[in-house]
Structures are given as C-alpha cells and as structure tokens.
Design a protein around this ligand. Structure first.
Ligand SMILES: CSCCC(=O)C(=O)COP(=O)(O)O
Ligand SMILES: [Mg+2]
Length: 249
C-alpha cells in the first residue's frame, strides 16, 4: 500500500506531523453530508441573530469584497458553499455556525477510528502535532474538541488555516515550517489531496497520502501512501498505539 517494499521503514527523522482534516483524519462524507448542510440551513437564522455582532459584520464586509459586483452577501455565501470554495470569510462563518451545533450536541466531530490512538501515541513520543486545513482554526478546534474520541485539542501544538496561505501553495508550507521552528525535512505532512502534498514536498516536507477507499480517495502515485494512521506509522517509523482490549488500532 505504501509504495515501498513490504516491511520497509524510511529513515526520515520526523519530529513533527502536520495533518489535513477532511479526507485525512475525518471522512469527506462527514464534512459534505453533515457539516456543510448544517451551515447551509443555519445561515439565515445565524446572520439574523448575529446582526450587529462585530466579528460577523467583519466577515460580511470581507464577503462583499470577494463577491461579484452587486451580489448580495448571502447569495455569494450560498454560491461559494455550493461550489465548496475555500474562501476565508465563508470558512470563518461556517466555523461560527458549527459552534452552536457542537455545543448543543447536534454535531459530533468525526474521526476515523485509527486516528485518535495514533495521535495519542505520537504525542506521547514527543512528536509535535499540528493541523492545517481550509476549515478555520476555530472549526479545527471544534472538530477535535468535540470528536467521537473526546477532546483531542490538547494533543496539538499548532493550528493553521488559509490565513497562512493556500494549501496548494509551496510558500504556505515554508511559512508553517518557520512558525514551527523546524527544518521542513523533519515535518511529515498528511493529506488525501495530491496537489497539497506536491506543494508540501516542494517546500522539503516528508509527505504521505492517506488513501481511504471507503472515503472515495484515489492514490496519486506521486507520494508514499497509507490506508490509515497505523500505516503512516509503519512507513515513517512512528510509534504505534498500545492497544487496549476492543480498541481500534
Ligand atoms: C476543519 S473541519 C471543516 C472542514 C472544512 O471546512 C474544509 O473546507 C475542509 O478542508 P480540508 O483542508 O481539511 O480538506
Ligand atoms: Mg483533505
């Protein structure tokens, strides 16, 4: 599965992991069928309730700047939602809307069952864990803070969104490496999207594509690959979780 001969472990000195969310730690289906529809159907009531709220007003001002000339902000937001556009003010608003859903228990953050045990094992071993997603930092903290495996936010030392740059741009990964005070070669970037991995590799990162057939992801062949987080651990020589009875690997 990795693209390496069976049993091969790479001599890459990984001291930090940077992980994508949708398609990597969490199902694409969860984002598309739970999170996005929740934001879509709550948009009007949220904006009505938050009329005059300074954070929301700043987002709407940024929406007007990015919208087509004369386009009403709500229409622009709905158009971007339909196209899954990774536009900053949309992602910020989605995060704010999801907050209520997580707080009420209507939404629980999906994680593949293999993810939390590996994150815990890697954090225990002193590997610095970080997130990079098009979803806002607030949205990242919500999905990991209200996850099916409990509150995992304490495992992470850094959260990055597109405020640092687009996920398909090499400069974004160089900027993250600087913020982490680590050589890029020591950072392992995990994603389902080959173009994001290409950009990270361009900045000198180690890369691994998560290819989860049950989530509809397709191997690019351009990066080492794994079917799950234990597969990542085996390719890069990272710790694997200690299993308690009945716990997923
Ligand atoms: C952080 S949960 C919300 C996911 C989201 O809004 C999104 O656009 C997913 O982007 P990713 O970069 O994690 O694939
Ligand atoms: Mg992804």
């Amino acid at each position: 599965m990795s693209g390496l001969p069976a049993g091969t472990t790479l001599p890459v000195p990984v001291s930090a992991v940077l992980t994508d969310v949708e398609g990597t730690t969490s199902a694409i289906a969860f984002v598309k069928e739970v999170l996005f529809p929740f934001a879509e159907r709550s948009l009007d009531s949220f904006l009505d309730a938050k009329d005059g709220d300074p954070e929301v007003a700043a987002c709407l001002s940024a929406v007007r700047q990015a919208a087509e000339p004369g386009e009403e902000p709500r229409a622009a937001l709905r158009r971007w939602m339909a196209a899954d556009s990774k536009i900053g003010p949309l992602k910020t608003l989605q995060g704010l809307i999801w907050q209520a859903g997580y707080a009420s228990g209507e939404i629980t953050g999906h994680l593949w069952p293999d993810v939390a045990p590996c994150l815990r094992a890697w954090a225990r071993a002193g590997i610095a864990l970080n997130v990079y997603s098009s979803g806002s930092v607030a949205a990242q903290k919500l999905i990991f803070g209200h996850s099916v495996a409990g509150d995992l936010t304490g495992l992470f030392s850094g959260f990055f969104d597109t405020a640092i740059g687009g996920k398909r741009e090499t400069a974004s990964y160089a900027a993250i490496a600087e913020r982490l005070h680590r050589p890029p070669g020591e950072i392992l970037f995990l994603s389902d999207v080959a173009e994001e991995l290409d950009a990270a590799k361009g900045a000198g990162y180690a890369t691994c594509q998560l290819v989860r057939p049950e989530d509809g992801t397709v191997a690019s062949g351009r990066h080492l690959q794994a079917a799950d987080f234990p597969g990542v651990a085996s390719v890069f020589g990272l710790p694997v979780p200690r299993l308690s009875q009945g716990e997923a690997a």
